[in-house]
Design a protein around this ligand. Structure first.
Ligand code: BTN
Length: 254
């Protein structure tokens, strides 16, 4: 069996054949006192959640769906950094298999411009203190094009589609958890800067012409940088630099 190199992450596992959503299950466990590093993992989700109210297609037996409970020593306003920590770990774990994975801001992981993994972070906090964070990750490992509904099939891919071979889920999962714990530890000890530097190296978004849709508006320009809190900085045609904290990015010219 593959060796899990972590100290905390995934050392306690709650496995299910089927769940509505691992994020939902992990949130409840955390409310009941589950510890830092406990993981909920399932073969399939019947109501997998994506960002911005979307669903995450979660067929049985093929892919990876898990949520980690984290109890970070962070002020609530810095919790979003953890999503970028996870994106970096994910991109690195995928690249370790030889796939050319890159991060689309803020935290979609892509291969060849198609989405292979997603991250959904949910937070329970008071103004001054984080109770816990649920870090939910879905990775399309062995799904074929036929496993996605038609409207998703054109924008999604899986690691096995990219590599042209089946992927061992247990091996990939332990490799990912190892990376994730390393980056979480570094983030805890050193702060966000090394994460931000690595994120920039792995970014598919920076230097690209983008269209950003937020809840309120649309913004067009060149993605120049991410700032110290992970917000995207977009240079508009008028020359101003706009800061985007949350939204969807469409790349206009690849
Ligand atoms: C996104 O929209 O990109 C985020 C997708 C996150 C999906 C994962 S699968 C495991 C965990 N449980 C959920 O319900 N969602 C996340």
């Amino acid at each position: 069996a593959p060796l899990l190199s972590t100290h905390h992450l995934g050392q306690s596992i709650h496995f299910h054949e089927s769940l509505p959503s691992t994020n939902e299950a992990a949130f409840r466990l955390a409310q009941d006192g589950a510890e830092h590093g406990e993981v909920v993992i399932t073969e399939q989700q019947t109501a997998g959640r994506g960002r911005r109210g979307r669903t995450w297609v979660s067929p049985s037996g093929l892919n990876l769906y898990f949520s980690a409970i984290l109890r970070p020593e962070l002020p609530p306003q810095r919790a979003p950094e953890l999503t970028l920590v996870a994106a970096v770990a994910l991109a690195e774990a995928l690249r370790e298999t030889d796939a050319d994975a890159l991060i689309k801001w803020p935290n979609d992981v892509q291969i060849g411009g198609r989405k292979v993994a997603g991250i959904l972070t949910e937070l329970s906090a008071e103004p001054e203190r984080v109770h816990f964070v649920v870090l939910g990750i879905g990775v399309n490992l062995n799904a074929g094009p036929e496993d996605f509904p038609p409207e998703v099939a054109t924008t999604a891919t899986s690691l096995s589609q990219a590599l042209g071979r089946r992927v061992n889920r247990a091996l990939f999962t332990t490799a990912l958890w190892g990376r994730l714990e390393e980056w979480l530890d570094l983030h805890h000890e050193v702060g966000f800067d090394p994460v931000r530097q690595r994120w920039k190296e792995l970014s598919a978004t920076l230097r690209q012409e983008v269209l950003v849709r937020t809840d309120r508006s649309e913004l067009r320009g060149v993605a120049e940088d991410i700032d110290v809190s992970g917000a995207l900085l977009v240079r508009t045609a008028g020359g101003s630099l706009e800061r985007v904290l949350a939204g969807d990015v469409e790349q206009l010219r690849p």
